[in-house]
Design a protein around this ligand. Structure first.
Ligand SMILES: NC(=O)c1ccc[n+]([C@@H]2O[C@H](COP(=O)([O-])OP(=O)(O)OC[C@H]3O[C@@H](n4cnc5c(N)ncnc54)[C@H](O)[C@@H]3O)[C@@H](O)[C@H]2O)c1
Length: 330
């Protein structure tokens, strides 16, 4: 398949581009590089530096690339910032995505894969989270993703767009050959922060909340390897052949892992101690979020190849060792 990967220079998008190449597909990338890294995209992959808000530019790129499928990873994803500056999030995550969708319809491109999030569920009524549970986001970031899920449903109905919205849990890890990895500025994700603290490149790790109603008092999350996420995006291609297909899948391993367990895994894999500063709970952090991802397993035949935290951390550590300062274009 010919695939336009929007946000393909970012963390998850760049891993998906690599998987597409490895599985014989033909990706091209569109990214404005506001956060992504040009060095995260192989020189053999066509690269278009453009902003999604520029609908005419997006149309020209679609006309040039003629993709069968568009994968859309481009968004802002800092929850706290979305609370402080909601317009920034509504413009980039909603308005720009609507420009992309309109450009696709103008160019008669009708297969779409969307990066949604478990943040659309808000505080779940029960665990593990299944796709049919009510969605009630508790921050603007999650709301922007839910708004796009709803727009996609309407477009599937009205225009025959076929789409899959993947609700990721906590994306983690790096390519197993150390060639790609996580390099966010600022970094907010637990594993890279714990590794940076362990090697002395960053401050001690702040552990928010040690009195949650969980086995060790710290939050439980569901860490899913970035290459496993990418494989799901490819596994859904056949299902998108059906015009008007409207598909929603949780992507997680289904294994709840506590913050302390992640820290222990980082210490075991690196052989270093992670300095930790315990802090009170952070507002808006639910005690536990983990997926029931059976739907993706049954319908897409998707099985995570990294079902447990140590193997995920091992890939993040390999990336750190081969790229201690991140990408060269930092
Ligand atoms: N990382 C996670 O754990 C996680 C969890 C759930 C959902 N998601 C979603 O997955 C997607 C990818 O996440 P990520 O961690 O790879 O983020 P990222 O910031 O690393 O990648 C996003 C990419 O999109 C580009 N981009 C942003 N706005 C753009 C615009 N207007 N025009 C063109 N390019 C633009 C950025 O330059 C960047 O390369 C996001 O949509 C995010 O909301 C991520």
């Amino acid at each position: 398949m010919k695939v336009l990967v929007v946000g393909g220079a970012g963390y998850i998008g760049s891993h998906c581009v690599r998987q597409l190449v490895l599985t014989g597909h033909r990706p091209a990338v569109l990214d404005n590089l506001v956060f992504g890294h040009r060095a995260a995209v192989g020189s053999e992959v066509p690269f278009h530096q453009a902003d999604l808000g520029d609908e005419e530019a997006v149309c020209r790129i679609l006309a040039e690339e003629r993709p069968d499928v568009v994968m859309h990873f481009a968004a802002y994803a800092f929850v706290g910032e979305s609370v402080a500056d909601p317009l920034k999030y509504y413009f980039n995550n909603c308005v720009c995505t609507l420009h992309l969708l309109r450009a696709m319809l103008r160019q008669d491109v009708k297969r779409f894969v969307f990066s949604s999030t478990c943040a659309t569920y808000g505080v779940p009524q029960s665990l593990p989270i299944v796709e049919a549970m009510p969605q009630a986001p508790i921050n603007p970031y999650g709301q922007t993703k839910l708004d796009i899920e709803n727009a996609l449903k309407s477009l599937a109905h009205a225009q025959g767009l076929s789409f899959a919205a993947f609700r990721y849990f906590n994306a983690a890890g790096a390519a197993n050959d150390g060639s790609l990895g996580e390099d966010h500025i600022p970094e907010t994700h637990l594993i890279p922060l714990a590794i940076a603290a362990a090697v002395g490149q960053g401050p001690p790790l702040q552990l928010f909340g040690t009195d949650y109603p969980t086995p060790d008092g710290t939050c439980l999350r569901d860490y899913v390897h970035v290459d496993d996420l990418s494989r799901a995006h490819i596994a859904v291609f056949d299902a998108l052949a059906q015009p008007g297909a409207a598909l929603f899948y949780n992507l997680g391993t289904g294994t709840p892992t506590s913050v302390r367990e992640v820290i222990a895994a980082v210490e075991e894999v690196t052989g270093l101690r992670v300095p930790v500063i315990e802090q009170p709970r952070r507002a808006g952090d639910p005690p536990a979020l983990y997926a029931d991802a059976r739907k993706a397993r049954v319908e897409l035949g998707w099985t995570p190849e990294y079902p447990e935290i140590r193997s995920i951390v091992a890939t993040a550590w390999r990336w750190h060792q081969s790229h201690p300062r991140g990408y060269a274009d930092r």
